[in-house]
Design a protein around this ligand. Structure first.
Ligand code: HSE
Length: 432
């Protein structure tokens, strides 16, 4: 084994960074044996130098991240500060100074992955980012490497633990959204400002990354259709139960049947209880991959948290260090096609629509006509008259697959009917 250590600099020492440093220290001998050389923590850039950081020698701490990445003797930079800047500049500076990069930065990769890959390529360095999507779950490397010989047609996953926890509580306890969010906050799952999670921004960044790798094309955050889950109600869950479904916030990336385009979207959806993703509870993540030769695969595990995310970072660190020792390079960007990303209106999906309607002759025919006029075929209809004698009935319509634009046009037209008193719930149905 080589005795001269590989030097690693850590940018950020929060929940994930501190776990990376801890594992590097406590597992130093095993890591050295696996890599073929010792790894040395050579510097740690932080914002608050006065904070006590157990196990990290004070002389390694610096607030000057730029100077650290420019040192010239660093082999690998581990970036766990998140956000677009200064992370982007630090990463490209690291490449220019001969370091490979392991990053957990989903926002940056989703927004600007192509220029990071280009910078890594230009300087002959590695860019690994397993921790950016679904925490500890090996997903990026299976897609980039293990499935590189297959053709992936669909990736559908639960890639945000906070929202899965909230939806799971709403499902199992009958809790409302606010109550379930309060519990997620109290247990430390939800941030003080939960917007990125509950509005689907976090999942959308992950969807962009997954779609790009899976379909060998460029998909940016702005290409991903996004709806959060703050509007999901107890009534939606009641409707889902009647259908033998539950509700999940899904990230769905699909290749069009003709192979000529792709789509990426994040929104709440009903999925049958028999679908493997329906059994993903609490704050767990899971991603269901459909490939031509492999068939259906599911990746499951903890998608967040310090130690699980550090596990993914360390796996990348070992791989990148091995490459450094062998003077080799891992896979770069594999976006050799430039497939257009279709809009949400072109996505083909199913709707579950729950309406409050006047309970009188001809209403069902009127509603059915609106569907027909928009070219949407109805799969099932359920009607319950009300016992309270208010002359209204609940009508639940589940459609066959149709373009999303046709489905949303149908709902718009239904809202205009005098006999439709209200639209109680609209939810896409996936996974059938
Ligand atoms: N906040 C994310 C989640 C973890 O709840 O899954 C980081 O992406």
């Amino acid at each position: 084994m080589r005795t001269r250590p590989l030097k690693v600099a850590l940018l950020g020492c929060g929940v994930v960074g501190s776990e990376v440093a801890r594992i590097m220290t406590t597992h130093a001998d095993d890591l050295a044996a696996r890599i073929g050389a010792p790894v040395e923590l050579a510097g740690v850039a932080v914002r608050r130098p006065d904070k006590v950081r157990e196990g990290i020698p004070a002389e390694l701490i610096t607030t000057d991240a730029t100077a650290l990445v420019k040192r010239g003797d660093i082999d690998v930079i581990v970036e766990v500060i998140g956000g677009v800047e200064p992370a982007r500049t630090l990463i490209t500076t690291a490449f220019e100074h001969g370091a490979s990069v392991v990053s957990a930065n989903k926002a940056l990769l989703a927004q600007d992955g192509a220029s990071l890959y280009a910078a890594a390529e230009e300087h002959g360095q590695d860019l690994y980012y397993e921790a950016a999507v679904a925490g500890a779950i090996p997903l990026v490397r299976p897609l980039r490497e293990s499935l590189a010989g297959d053709k992936i047609n669909r990736v559908m996953g639960i890639v945000n633990g906070t929202t899965n926890f909230i939806l799971d509580r709403m499902d199992t306890n009958g809790a409302g959204y606010s109550e379930a969010l309060d519990e997620a906050t109290a247990l430390g799952y939800a941030e003080a400002d939960p917007t990125a999670d509950v509005e689907g921004f976090d999942a959308a960044a992950k969807a962009a990354i997954l779609a790009g790798i899976a379909f060998h094309t460029r998909v940016r955050l702005d290409d991903v259709y996004r709806e959060g889950m703050t509007e999901v109600t107890a009534a939606d869950f009641a409707s889902a139960k009647q259908m033998g479904c539950t509700i999940k916030l899904l990230a769905i990336c699909e290749r069009a049947a003709d192979g000529g385009s792709v789509t990426a979207r994040v929104h709440p959806a009903m999925i049958p209880l028999t679908h493997p993703l329906a059994s993903v509870r609490e704050a767990y993540n899971a991603v269901f991959v459909e490939a031509e030769a492999a068939g259906q695969l599911m990746f499951y595990g903890p998608g967040a948290g310090g130690a699980p995310t550090a596990s993914a970072v360390l796996g990348d660190l070992v791989a990148v260090c091995r490459n450094k020792l062998n003077e080799a390079k891992g896979p770069g960007e594999s976006a050799y096609t430039q497939l257009p990303v279709s809009s949400m209106g072109e996505v083909v999906t199913r709707y579950h629509i729950s309406l409050d309607v006047a309970d009188k002759p001809g209403v069902l025919a009127q509603v059915a006509t609106v569907f027909a006029e928009h070219g949407v075929s109805i799969d099932t209809v359920r009607q319950h008259g009300r016992q309270d004698g208010d002359g209204e009935a609940s009508l639940v319509v589940v459609t066959h697959r149709a373009p999303d634009a046709a489905l949303s046009g149908t709902v718009e037209a239904l809202r205009k009917l005098d006999t439709v008193r209200g639209v109680a719930s609209i939810m896409r149905v996936e996974g059938e």
